[in-house]
Design a protein around this ligand. Structure first.
Ligand code: SAM
Length: 349
């Protein structure tokens, strides 16, 4: 049987051994086991159906372009990403970037604007099939994989980027540690996660998730489409115009199942703004996991993985995010040993 080297430097996610290509499959070199299949032009390292995040596959196909800068002809996401990551403080020219949990590629298309020479973006779900990123860009590889089993060698990327994903994994700490491993010494990581705060814990979706997590996705979307204009009207009257004072805002924040975006998306016009609110509400109501990390968790995890934190954002009513640089590998300096120590060490082996 003819075996070729795969077009991308993928490795077996578990053993990190090289893979061989046989038609539309990638096989482990040691035992010939299939670890990925080429379906619709993209490599899939996960079972297409058997994972917890299928709501995201559905969501990003239904609302693939809703938050896309390119589709909306705006710079909103670009501005947000640059502000959060601080990427303009680093020299990214010619660097490689691994994007973990790309959804339908609304961030990928922003990352494509940076002077990187390689971008590898993956998601656990078939959301990658609705990507808004420019697939004709020769720097870009999009594939389906789990961030806890990434099919690349450790320490392989100059930049690892993970935006709005960790909270949706079963164990955000383990996930953050897994993606840290892919950063080269001297490289950087940007990671983001929901934070647990007394304010955030009282938001509307916590009241309904026990139900909406069990409903068919199309039904949640249909109910949102039907009710969103009414829910927005309630938000404006009670939450913004404060017809019954602060109690109205509290009521909306805690109970009205529409993610009110204030003036954040006004530039899109009322119809598209409502679509954004439906998308964010759907996301909040249907994601299987909503876990948290605190700013202190970020600091502890990143520092113990060998990073120095360059910036860390952690506000009461915001998620937490950080950009950090991996410390260079400590060099082994044989001259620090005395000749007597060297002889003693040699004798042990
Ligand atoms: C809220 S979306 C964010 C998508 C994109 N980063 C963005 O900001 O538009 C979260 C994404 O994380 C993906 N995800 C969740 N668990 C994952 C995992 N273990 N590995 C890879 N992607 C995962 C979901 O499929 C989903 O597309």
């Amino acid at each position: 049987m003819q075996h070729d080297r795969p077009p991308v430097d993928f490795v077996d996610p578990a053993s990190h051994e090289p893979l061989l290509q046989q038609k539309n499959a990638l096989l482990r070199s040691s035992d010939g086991r299939t670890v990925a299949s080429l379906i619709d032009g993209k490599w899939r390292f996960v079972d297409p159906s058997g994972h917890y995040a299928h709501s995201f596959g559905w969501q990003w196909k239904r609302w693939s372009t809703t938050l896309s800068d390119a589709a909306n002809n705006v710079q909103h996401r670009f501005g947000e990403i640059m502000k959060r990551t601080g990427f303009d403080r680093y020299d990214l020219a010619g660097k490689s970037l691994l994007e973990c949990g790309c959804g339908s590629g609304n961030d990928t298309e922003v990352l494509q604007r940076l002077p990187l020479n390689r971008i590898c973006s993956f998601d656990l779900t078939t959301a990658i099939d609705a990507t808004t990123a420019d697939l004709a860009d020769p720097r870009l590889t999009v594939f389906q994989a789990d961030l806890n089993a990434i099919p690349f060698k450790d320490h392989g990327f100059d930049v690892v980027y993970c935006h709005r994903v960790l909270q949706h994994t079963p164990d955000p700490e383990a996930s953050l540690r897994a993606i840290c491993k892919k950063v080269k010494p001297g490289g950087i990581i940007f990671a983001h996660c929901y934070n647990s705060t007394p304010l955030q814990d009282r938001q509307y979706h916590h009241k309904y998730r026990w139900l909406t997590n069990r409903m068919p996705l199309w039904l949640v979307a249909a109910l949102l489409s039907l009710l969103a204009p009414l829910l927005r009207f309630i938000w404006v009257q009670l939450g913004v115009k404060r017809r019954i004072g602060d109690r109205g805002w509290w009521f909306c924040f805690q109970w009205v199942p529409l993610h009110f975006t204030y003036a954040l998306y006004d530039h899109l016009g009322p119809r598209k703004r409502l679509d954004v609110e439906k998308l964010i509400t759907f996301d909040r109501l249907t994601a299987w996991y909503e876990n948290h990390l605190t700013g202190a968790d970020f600091r502890r995890i990143l520092e113990s993985e060998g990073f120095t934190i360059d910036s860390l954002m952690c506000d009461e009513d915001q998620p937490v995010w950080a950009t950090a640089t991996r410390n260079p590998e400590p060099s082994i300096n044989v001259m620090t040993h005395s000749p007597a120590q060297a002889v003693a060490a040699d004798a042990r082996f």
